[in-house]
Design a binder for this molecule. Structure first.
Ligand code: NAG
Ligand code: NAG
Ligand code: NAG
Ligand code: NAG
Ligand code: NAG
Ligand code: NAG
Ligand code: NAG
Length: 455
């Protein structure tokens, strides 16, 4: 039951991004208004050349350095005109709009010396792919507020094929870079752009608040190893809407740190709203929770999504040593097509950063509702695998209809799981068949401010 709740405007307003609080069920219900910046400069004024060959890292760095001085004057826009603008990694600044005109393409350099190596994130303790440091992302924000990356469908192309080859041949010394990363930042918007060929992730907000990702297309080829679309990581109040994402690995993955490092850092991913997205994943999941989730993941509303041509649909992944929880999740109004396994939840999935994880730090998966779902051409409906000491609890399935293309006896598999179901076909395992009544603990989100409730 969704109750209209008049929201207090708890968010500090800033120059460029205004959120008009109305009756709201989630972060995307705020009306996002982008006001033009009072100042604008073109990257060409800093000597950039858009021939696809000239390296423009210094031009971007100098332009941003210059635009820092407008921070207290309403901020400024860095305009990127049509052209192919090759660059190594650069930093953004607060109160900035990076605007990519139609036909503007920012190209990531294929020379690793143009990407600095930086310290690992504290909640991971090491690079996610290799011990030690990691390459800095192409476009970086560190401790910023009020930053917009937008355009008239300009493109950010990571030219990641070299990174995929190095990853596959095990020749990298450090973990691969991402396209856009914001760390410890707030009031961030990414909109109206196309992202192509990321070396690893496309958009990675980590330790961030109030992030809106709207109307973007994100594509990496099916064979690109472990490429991921959008990864909200130890971040809160995130909206992802009207996006199309097709990836080698996960399309959207929610994370919050890795084993003892994530537990110590302790920052959850919470108040996340995802709607009206089209997602495809060749070798991963269209929507994944974890497996790194040691700061916790809670209060997530996913609605009106189309998931197609993928290995896995919606997947919850965790393992011993992660600690924390994935809880208070609603997935609603989903259309699945040509998917091997529609739903998965496993507490036996994922590796460890090192040998110092605590095997007694058991993750909790609780209050997960899947409702109003239609699937066509599905091979396996669901596999819910908990662990004896920490079973999956309050898994609620309601109004789900999957057409199955196999005669497999494992259409559903369950172990160490408890839940309810109502109007689910094919019929789920007995563990999920306790009757679904209004007094059962099926979960509904009332709004995005953590006032989630069990009805
Ligand atoms: C970019 O920001 C990082 C902090 O995240 C800083 O260490 C680095 O020096 C900055 N690089 C430039 C070119 O400003
Ligand atoms: C989405 O972006 C495209 C350009 O990429 C633009 O033409 C369209 O108007 C945008 N739609 C919305 C709803 O903002
Ligand atoms: C946006 O640009 C991409 C790649 O440049 C193109 O494939 C796509 O059709 C464009 N979308 C719109 C809405 O113009
Ligand atoms: C996206 O582009 C459309 C069309 O130009 C514009 O109306 C809209 O405000 C833009 N949205 C964002 C969030 O940038
Ligand atoms: C059914 O889905 C599988 C992928 O799971 C795909 O290979 C196959 O082509 C689909 N069949 C139809 C009839 O679309
Ligand atoms: C279900 O998942 C578990 C662990 O993730 C795996 O060990 C098991 O083989 C799977 N069952 C089936 C029938 O695929
Ligand atoms: C069941 O789900 C379908 C779509 O997934 C929706 O159209 C229908 O209204 C739902 N039925 C009920 C009774 O909520």
């Amino acid at each position: 039951m969704k109750m209209p709740v008049a929201l207090l405007l708890l968010l500090a307003l800033c120059n460029a991004i205004k959120v008009n609080g109305e009756e709201s069920d989630g972060q995307c219900d705020y009306n996002l208004i982008l006001e033009p910046r009072p100042h604008s400069v073109s990257i060409q004024e800093f000597g950039a050349v858009g021939d696809g060959k000239t390296l423009n890292t210094l031009a971007f760095q100098n332009a941003i350095f210059y635009l820092k001085s407008f921070a207290d004057k309403g901020g400024a826009q860095l305009y990127v005109p049509p052209g192919r603008w090759l660059t190594g990694s650069f930093n953004l600044t607060s109160h900035l709009t990076l605007f990519l005109e139609k036909g503007a393409i920012i190209l990531g350099s294929q020379d690793p010396s143009h990407w600095d190596v930086v310290e690992p994130l504290p909640s991971y303790g090491r690079g996610i792919e290799l011990p030690g440091g990691r390459y800095r992302s192409l476009i970086n924000g560190y401790m910023l507020r009020d930053v917009v990356i937008t355009g008239d469908n300009g493109t950010i192309d990571g030219q990641g094929s070299v990174w995929w080859d190095w990853f596959n041949s095990h020749t990298l010394k450090y973990s691969r870079p991402h396209l856009v990363e914001f760390i410890l930042s707030e009031h961030v918007v990414v909109s109206n752009l196309t992202f192509l060929n990321a070396p690893a992730y496309n958009i990675h907000p980590v330790y961030c608040s109030n992030v809106h990702i709207q109307n973007i297309s994100v594509y990496s080829p099916p064979e690109s190893p472990y490429t991921v679309g959008i990864v909200p990581d130890s971040s809160d109040n995130v909206c992802i809407e009207d996006c199309s994402i097709a990836m080698g690995h996960d399309a959207i993955a929610l994370k919050s740190g890795w084993d003892e490092y994530g537990i110590a850092y302790g920052r959850p991913t919470t108040a996340i709203h995802i709607r009206k997205v089209h997602l495809q994943s060749s070798s991963g999941s269209t929507i994944a929770f974890g497996s790194e989730m040691s700061g916790g993941i809670s209060n997530v509303l996913v609605e009106k999504v189309h998931l197609y041509n993928s290995l896995n649909g919606i997947e919850f992944r965790t393992t011993r040593g992660r600690g924390a929880y994935i809880k208070e999740i609603i997935i609603s109004d989903v259309d699945l097509q040509n998917i091997q396994r529609a739903f998965g939840a496993s507490s036996l999935c994922g590796t460890h950063p090192d040998d110092n994880f605590d095997p007694n730090a058991l993750p909790v998966l609780d209050q997960i509702t899947l409702q109003d779902i239609i699937g066509k051409n599905i091979t396996i409906a669901g596999n819910f695998t908990g662990i004896q000491e920490s079973p999956l609890t309050n898994i609620c399935l309601s109004n789900i209809s999957l057409s199955i293309n196999s005669a497999s006896s494992n259409i559903w598999s369950c172990s160490y799981v408890q839940g309810s179901s109502e109007s689910v076909s094919p019929e789920p395992c007995p563990d999920l068949e306790s009757p679904y009544t209004s007094s059962s603990t099926c979960f509904h989100i009332i709004n995005s401010y953590g006032r989630a409730s069990v009805l």
